[in-house]
Design a protein around this ligand. Sequence first.
Ligand SMILES: Nc1nc2c(ncn2[C@@H]2O[C@H](COP(=O)(O)OP(=O)(O)OP(=O)(O)O)[C@@H](O)[C@H]2O)c(=O)[nH]1
Length: 792
Amino acid sequence: MDDFVREKLIEWDLQKWMDKFEDEEITQESFYELNDELIDKLIPKVGPGLKFKKRFKQLKEKQSANEETVNLSAEVLPSTSDKGKRRFDQPDESSKLQPPAKRQRSSQPLEAIVLSDVKNIMKFVHARLHEKDKLSAFLKKKISDLETDKRELVGVFGKTGAGKSSLINAIIEEKNLLPSGSVSACTSVMIKVEANMQGSNYEADIEFITPEEWKDELWSSHQFLGDNKDCEMDVDNDYRDISEKFSALYGEEWKGKSSDDLMDGKYFREIPEFLQGRRKILTCESAKELSARCVKYTRSDSKQGDGKDVKKWYWPLVKCVTVRVPNNDFLQHVTLVDLPGNGDRNKSRDKMWKQIVENCSTVWIVTEINRVIAEKEAWEILESASSYIGNGGECRQILFICTKSDHIEDSDDQSAAQRRDLIVKRNIQVKDEVRKEFSKLHKIKKHFTDDHFKVFTVSSKEFLKKKRLNADETEIPKLQQFLQDLNDCHSETFNYVSGAYGILSLIQGANCRGVAGKKHVCGELERTMSQQLKQVKKAMAEAYRTFERCLSKGVESSICSYGQKLKSFLFRKKGSAFHMTLKRVVQSGGIYKPKKGKQININMMLASHLMDSIDEEFRKTFPNEVKCGAFNGVIETFSLNTDFLNKHHKDVELQLRFLKTEEEKIKAKLNKTIRTQKKDVYNSVTQKIKETMEECYIKAAAFRGPGTLNNMRETIERHVHSNKGMFEQAKNTMLEKLNALMQCILVTLQKTMMESIELSLKTDNGSLPDFSAELSMVKENYDKLANSPVIR
Ligand SMILES: Nc1nc2c(ncn2[C@@H]2O[C@H](COP(=O)(O)OP(=O)(O)OP(=O)(O)O)[C@@H](O)[C@H]2O)c(=O)[nH]1
């Protein structure tokens, strides 16, 4: 690094530290970024204020004292639960100190180091630009818009006892994190597992449902119990469900009490956060301790095992628990979510379930190897989740994970090698069977092809014990590799650095006055843009026509067949059990999830012909795979051809570089918008039908006494007959949403690129600060990244 660049580095570092002192933001961790040279330079810079000098001296003394402490045995040192948050001017008795910034830096990947450096440079540049003119304001905004927060969501589904918790523990190599193994306790809430980026502790962040939601649930359960007190019906599952939920929280006390009584503060003394609408945070030094403290919030009743000391179980009040794990390479950019298979019977948890499921980029279906084909639950989960994760979501891969592969019937006279061979042979056979089964699932195959589906046969137990199988044979390392690949942040970092490189190039370019070729290049760019936008419009118009054609067919077949569909559902069963089921369906807006079995959803049933008509085209137009790109890849191929212009117009090289990075950034941003908005487009059909049906559900739910079942049936049938137009309306809603999305893409693309062309080539501004040193530093980092091997 030459002296000039070094000087500059020190200069912006100094500015950063001066700001930090002014804002009183100095923390123990950040202090370790200061070196002697900086401290010496900083003292005169921060002015005559002795306060600073004094504080620096204290800091310095503390640093040397702590460096000595590092060598002492960790056991003799007190805990460091709030390390990193403490200010240096506060006494800090508990420092088990290792300079984190220094310690981590050596083991950090290139991307993390580059990103941190470039981010600091851009912070400095941002602070130095004053919003006195249009260009500076534009540049400041561009810097603020640089993004890097990629996080991949992996949804882990499976029935209780399938081995999800053990699997997660094994993969992230935290064997005591999620409780598993008890016979009667099971995970009853959604659990997100992610990295603790802030500190070195294990944390559980417990989010509750609101007191109002709980009151609603108490009220509707009382209604249900009241409605059924005289009936001898097969409502066992629902009754058991209510009883289990209330007994967990109130013991036997809930019986005979009103909803208001059960909201008394005395029941929630241990969790004041619930009544205050806050989250509860548990912080522990070990995974084991956290796991033990979490049990009463995450698991359901247990007479034995891990919950024997628990008096109250709070899972009915918990919406979601986020467990944060420190220093874990597998979780840097990945969140694993342990999810109940088919949504949740509680409304707000079900809403959250859907939101999470729709955002999963990968889905793991976990099931025991022994009953993989016979056991229908895993396949049902896959089938019922397919529209949420496929066209209605963003899942790129489904991993079907068969657990407990070590579980094999063997006899005493078999040698260890024979048992191992049996396991390996069965693994191959099972994989084959699972793939065949998958290829029969027509509903799922509308959303996913065979390439999206992978099968694994794992043993979490053997991965830890290695008695019968070696690590590779347990296939846990394959899943670890899968997570590592998801964690790869190369492309996100590269986008950030290349965006920063472009912005600094533009600043440099703007400072060069009177470049001759600007006008000509500008004309060329505008011409290219108008041609390219035409291509985008053409591809969009084609997609619109295809959607219209498919949906029109869907409307026709919906009108032909809805009557039969409705009849076979409404009259499929006789008697009081179905009466109760239908009542629950209409009470909850046409959607009901029985304790056992598939979800009932009248709205989806009515929308099914429309969805069938569009599913395949929808997947082609909005593929979830990153490499494909929406609207036949036309946004991916959009280009202003700056590379070509660059060859002939070296005088505007800096501006063209900026435009190239702008083009990449806007395309990445649009892809994100499409990924989110297309879910809305897809769900709009069912949503429209749900809205049209709401009125008749309310009417049907009001019936009481003899004849209720028939009254409900008739009300629903009559309503659908007189609202047949809803199929056409649903089609139009989807087309309107599609059109709005297309317009948004076109306008954003055109506006952003036009603005960038104007500001880079039509403005002369020689008064921006000189950032040539920053430009060369960012270029150095850009080249480093561009030349580093990409893992994926
Ligand atoms: N033999 C064997 N047993 C396993 C393996 N993985 C899990 N188990 C056992 O299977 C049982 C259930 O495992 P969990 O990990 O708690 O299953 P889960 O899917 O998380 O269950 P819930 O918490 O109820 O949702 C426990 O007794 C585990 O010890 C494995 O690889 N081999």
